[in-house]
Design a protein around this ligand. Structure first.
Ligand code: 5GP
Length: 125
C-alpha cells in the first residue's frame, strides 16, 4: 500500500531499521549523510537505493525541512554511488516515488538508481 507523504515519520519503518543495523542489507556506500544498499527486489541489473541518514518521510519532507548541509551531502552521495557503479557513461535513471500517486511504499526518503541496461520508457503505458 502506498503511504501518505504527509504522515509523521515512523521510526519503525524498514529503512530506519536498516540504518540502525537491526536488519541486514547489501550495503554499497555510507557516509555522514547517506546510506546506499541494493534493493531487495531489483528491477534492473543495477538497482540501488540511496537514503538520507536523517528522519525524512519523503522527498517533500526532505526538501522542505532538511538543513542545506544534509541536502548537499545526500545529493553528492547519490552522484558518488552512480559514478562508483559505472553508470554515468552508459546512463541511468534516478527515481523518487512520493506518496500515493507516486506509489511510495517505504516512509523514509529513498531514491532508486537503476542502470545496466537501456531502461525503456519513463512510465509504463
Ligand atoms: P518505493 O515504492 O517506496 O519507492 O520503493 C521501495 C523499495 O524498497 C522497493 O523497490 C522494494 O523492493 C524495496 N524494499 C522494501 N523492503 C526492503 C528491504 O527490507 N530491504 C531492501 N534492501 N529493499 C527493500
Amino acid at each position: 500500500m502506498p503511504i501518505d507523504a504527509t504522515q509523521p515519520y515512523d521510526d519503525a519503518n524498514i529503512f530506519a531499521r536498516i540504518l540502525r543495523g537491526e536488519i541486514p542489507a547489501k550495503r554499497v556506500y555510507e557516509d555522514a549523510f547517506a546510506l546506499a544498499f541494493h534493493d531487495i527486489a531489483p528491477q534492473a541489473p543495477v538497482h540501488v537505493l540511496v537514503i538520507p541518514k536523517g528522519a525524512y518521510v519523503s522527498w517533500d519532507d526532505f526538501s522542505a525541512r532538511a538543513p542545506d548541509a544534509e541536502i548537499a551531502g545526500f545529493v553528492r552521495a547519490v552522484g558518488h554511488v552512480a559514478r562508483e557503479h559505472g553508470l554515468v557513461e552508459p546512463g541511468y535513471r534516478l527515481l523518487a516515488n512520493v506518496g500515493g500517486h507516486g506509489g511510495q511504499e517505504v516512509p523514509h526518503l529513498h531514491v532508486h538508481l537503476f542502470g545496466g541496461v537501456p531502461l525503456g520508457p519513463m512510465l509504463s503505458r
